[in-house]
Design a binder for this molecule. Structure first.
Ligand code: SAH
Length: 239
């Protein structure tokens, strides 16, 4: 397999993170397992190995900022797909408990196998739609930080993600170049959910693409009517 680990090392260095040998091995094992399994099932559209290192691994690292990821805290990665950014965060922060949630089981079985291969002990895989899990007491108001990459538009994903966040915690939305527009369209839902933007981190990937991470703070308990029933936020987003 031909790829260059420098991108991963560079990403960690920019974040001020020194990976130990176990973490390095876990990154390599996850990445290679993904590339191998991607030949027989559709896990990521990015087939080129070096491009995948940048757009999957490095890109996942960009959501990390220690301010939002407290020690011994809990992370939820909503719509995790093949584990991005959730598995990357679980490797980075073995002290944190990470829940990886997705509505599609197929990719979750890949993650479960990967988690066992990597001996990650801080990961729980949950097969559910966000709207169904968010009303369960074990998941509601339960996470210090919720991440979501490439899941839905910001008005929709905010309605799904914020009920899971603890009061005072954060939703970290990973977005592309249209982030400002989406943020403009999300003012009503953020207001309804007692949430506000804490910070916007703009960056450029080594491959040139623009990214924006929106850190949204949950200031008050989510009203019980949210999220609305499955599919409703997508059909009628609150804008
Ligand atoms: N975060 C991953 C996957 C993005 S694809 C990455 O960046 O590579 C979007 C994922 O969101 C899909 O795996 C899809 O199954 C999941 N998804 C869509 N709607 C969902 C819902 N209502 N609840 C949970 N997961 C959902």
């Amino acid at each position: 397999m031909s790829y260059d680990l420098k991108v991963l090392e560079q990403g960690c260095e920019e974040l001020g993170i020194a990976l130990n040998d176990t973490q390095k091995q876990q990154f390599i094992a996850f990445y290679e397992y993904l590339a191998e399994k991607n030949k027989v099932m559709n896990l990521t559209g990015i087939k080129d190995l070096q491009e995948s290192m940048i757009k999957n691994i490095y890109d996942s690292l960009t959501v990390y900022d220690k301010k939002y990821f407290p020690e011994q805290g809990r992370i939820l990665d909503l719509g995790t797909g093949a584990g991005f950014p959730g598995v990357v965060l679980a490797i980075l922060r073995p002290d944190m408990q990470v829940v990886l949630m997705d509505a599609i089981r197929k990719k979750l079985s890949f993650i479960q196998e990967a988690v066992e291969l990597l001996c990650l002990r801080n990961v729980e895989v949950v097969h559910s739609r966000a709207e169904d899990a968010a009303i369960q007491p074990v998941y509601r108001d339960a996470f210090d930080v919720v991440t979501a990459r490439a899941v839905k538009s910001l008005p929709v994903i905010s309605e799904w993600a914020l009920p899971f966040v603890k009061k005072g915690g954060f939703f970290a939305a990973m977005k592309g170049p249209g982030a400002e527009t989406e943020l403009g369209e999300s003012q009503s839902i953020l207001h309804c959910m007692h949430a506000s933007v804490d910070a916007v981190k703009e960056l450029t990937l080594p491959s040139g693409e623009q990214r924006a991470i929106l850190y949204i703070k949950k200031n008050g308990v989510t009203p019980t009517r949210f999220p609305r029933k499955a599919g409703e936020a997508e059909r009628h987003p609150i804008k």
